[in-house]
Design a protein around this ligand. Sequence first.
Ligand code: HEM
Length: 148
Amino acid sequence: MGEETESSVKRENQDVKDEDTVKYYTREEVQNHNMSNDTWLIIHDKVYDITRFMEEHPGGEEVLLEQAGADATESFEDVGHSTDAREMLQQYYVGELHMDDRNKVSKKEVYITTSKDSRSWSSWLIPSLAAVLVGFMYRYYMLEHRSS
Ligand code: HEM
């Protein structure tokens, strides 16, 4: 009986999540939830309250406590969590990371743009050098041919 009530409450919470009532939290706000009885995590710009999951985590409570209140995206991905683990996340969703605090993505974009620039620079230089080389080889061949 007790279990049934709990799962229907969970379903209600998920319905609320799908509507336009998404909450945004700053990194600072998430950092305040860094205790074993109040633990939040950021994974892929989403905020999770994992307090009631701590003891159930197959990877142990300690690794989660180390990340408490912080962005655990990298460590979560490093472990190579299963699809089941990713689906479990939904149960603990409380909101989204504030747009102003999603700086990691924009830094990556700048880096990619720079590397693309250098690639386009080499993409015309190498064929040009090859063309010049072929030209010289052709001239050399013609001269050799004429003199013999
Ligand atoms: C709320 C977020 C998380 C959920 C729902 C979750 C869930 C799970 C689940 C279901 C497993 C069993 C294996 C699998 O199905 O992939 C697992 C294993 C593991 N998790 Fe997590 N995890 C979370 C966050 C983290 C974080 C942030 C870390 C690292 C700091 C971590 C470290 C590990 C490790 C090391 C194992 C492997 C345990 C073993 O194979 O012995 N997990 N986790």
